[in-house]
Design a protein around this ligand. Structure first.
Ligand code: PLP
Length: 442
């Protein structure tokens, strides 16, 4: 049985792979069959050090028995039960656990199954909130260039990645974008938060002047943008955004899908960055990715306004068959227990000086044009090959994989985000393999 699950499949055709160059992958597949701790293993048993926590999600490392046993137990007790007009104890327990770790001011938790669903849910809650308080004209949503909020129509529209939008025609109407905060000429090789660029938050005032504050429902940003190449907020930027939102009654939504659950050395990015949003999305690390689950946290005021402002009956016409799925809820409870017991955020925080020193060892290396870090995240930006943007980083990615290291690339940026259990020897190995790959791939 185990052999069938971990052996190389014979036929790769049927699976239309997501965000993948299907043709080149299928000509030269990279398969992962097993995972444990800091490592993946290929079907042939080759060890691959996980430099990306899967996809920014396995924060506690792989194959944690506490989590897998909780899932197994729950599957035997009750495989599924709906959460529409009824409930099951483990879903309430999971929500309470999440609520316990939220920054002060956030206390209500809506479950989804992914980061994309969380983004769309957050936007819908923002619109429902304004409608419930008699401001139904606030329908405008504001995102940011280079923002990533998943692939649903809401998140994609508010997101600011051209490549994710161009194929699909019309987006949501009434969406605007703030400029991104990536200013390499002023902030190159920043350690932690870059010094310059807080004033870019003021562009929200331009949108207010253009459209009127009373038409704008919400602003959604990632505290640290990961998917578009590790864009760290300039010092003071998020504070400024918070002030402008508060001044104009605009809700501030943080997409904490990658910054949540210890990645920045605190439970959530909001704490590390000292800014509390009105709504927060999460996913990935919530269950250590062992079962898909996302969530949206809101303030009590938002919950009460929507719920108490509604006529009798269903208050929010939104939800997923699998919202609060028993297996996901069991995984979340076990993950958050483990989080607390092992103090994963504290562990990440303790590793930060070593991490920053290691990744900034690439500063001004041949072919490296920028290095950025914040929390247990780093972006190492390579000089693109003339006329072939992204090709060099993709070759670095392939070379790293051959040499036993999983990294993530976006454009010509190599993004690193190891599980929070990373140790010195893993950091050394990440640097060694990546350095070899960057040197080997002109
Ligand atoms: N939001 C952010 C900030 C993300 O980084 C991601 C995924 O990387 C998503 C949303 C989408 O999450 P999912 O792929 O689970 O839908």
């Amino acid at each position: 049985m185990n052999e069938i699950r971990t052996s190389r499949p014979n036929d790769l055709d049927a699976f239309w792979m997501p965000f993948t160059d299907n043709r080149s992958f299928k000509a030269n597949p990279r398969l992962l069959a097993r995972a444990e701790g800091m490592h993946y293993y290929t079907p042939e048993g080759r060890e691959i050090l996980d430099g990306t926590a899967g996809l920014w999600c396995c924060n506690a490392g792989h194959g944690r028995t506490q989590i897998t046993e909780a899932i197994q137990r729950q599957a035997a007790i009750m495989d599924f039960a709906p959460t529409f007009q009824m409930g099951h104890p483990i879903a309430f327990e999971a929500a309470a656990r999440v609520a316990d770790m939220l920054p002060e001011g956030l206390s209500r938790v809506f479950f989804t199954n992914s980061g994309s669903e969380s983004a769309d849910t957050a936007l819908k809650i923002a619109l429902a909130y304004h409608k419930a308080r008699g401001q139904a004209q606030r329908v405008r949503l504001v995102g940011r260039e280079r923002g990533y909020h998943g692939v649903g129509f809401g998140g994609m529209s508010v997101g600011g990645i051209g490549g994710n939008r161009k194929q699909f025609g019309a987006m949501l109407p009434y969406v605007d974008h703030l400029p991104h905060t990536h200013l390499p000429d002023r902030n190159r090789f920043s350690h932690g938060q870059p010094e310059h660029g807080a004033e870019l938050a003021d562009t929200l005032e331009n949108l207010v002047a253009l459209h009127g504050a009373d038409t704008i429902a919400a602003v959604m940003v990632e505290p640290v943008a990961g998917s578009t190449g590790v864009l760290v907020p300039p010092v003071g930027y998020l504070q400024r955004l918070r002030e402008i939102c508060t001044k104009h009654g605009i809700l501030l939504i943080f997409d904490e899908v990658i910054t949540g659950f210890g990645r920045l050395g605190t439970n959530f990015g909001a704490e590390r960055l000292g800014v509390t949003p009105d709504i927060m999305t999460m996913a990935k690390g919530l269950t250590n990715a062992a079962v898909p689950m996302g969530a949206v946290a809101t303030s009590d005021e938002i919950f009460r306004t929507v719920v108490e402002g509604a006529p009798n009956g269903i208050e929010l016409f939104h939800g997923y068959t699998y919202s609060g799925h028993p297996l996901a809820a069991a995984a979340a409870v076990a993950t958050l227990d483990l989080h607390r017991e092992e103090d994963l955020p504290g562990r990440a925080m303790a590793m930060l000086p070593r991490w920053a020193e290691a990744v900034h060892g690439f500063d001004r290396a041949a072919g490296v044009v920028d290095v950025r870090d914040f929390g247990l995240i780093a972006g190492i930006e390579l000089e693109p090959r003339p006329g072939a943007p992204g090709a060099r980083a993709m070759d670095v990615f392939r070379r790293c994989f051959e040499d036993g290291l999983l990294v993530r690339v976006t454009g010509d940026i190599v993004a690193l985000s190891p599980p929070l259990i990373v140790e010195d020897r893993h950091v050394e190995r990440i640097v060694e393999v990546l350095d070899g790959a960057i040197r080997a791939v002109p």
